[in-house]
Unconditional design. Structure first.
Length: 131
């Protein structure tokens, strides 16, 4: 029967080799995107409407866009934020955490009023009116 110490050392060597042979989790996406990798290999389009995350607020808080326009949020704050749809028409959206300097964007296609929030700072709220 093998000695426990030798068995443990062999197990550690096997685990180390297995971890070293794994793939890379890094993406070729924009490092400022807060962890968001692009959905395709095409570069992300410039947003039609820009919103700043600053002083624990979305600025502007209420925006109006046309159907099919892209909204881009930039974290101009010193703390992490996110952008999460709370209600309204169309597809749901939720960013990863967006670190200072990072960005997130989404395109809206369904007319109506969308409410969204930073779930890290629940008083940080905004609305999107899609026409």
């Amino acid at each position: 029967m093998p000695r426990p110490k030798a068995l443990l050392c062999a197990l550690l060597v096997v685990c180390t080799i297995a971890v070293g042979c794994g793939g890379s989790d890094s993406s070729s996406g924009d490092s400022k995107s807060g962890g968001q990798a692009p959905a395709s290999s095409k570069p992300a389009a410039k947003p039609d409407v820009k919103v700043s995350m600053k002083n624990i607020q979305f600025k502007p808080m209420d925006i109006t866009v046309k159907k099919g326009q892209t909204i881009g949020w930039t974290n101009d704050d010193s703390v992490t934020h996110n952008v999460t749809k709370e209600g309204g028409p169309g597809a749901d959206f939720k960013s990863d955490n967006v670190n200072p300097g990072g960005t997130y964007q989404t395109t809206v296609d369904t007319p109506g009023k969308i409410d969204y929030v930073c779930t890290i700072h629940p008083n940080q709220r905004g609305t999107i009116t899609v026409k």
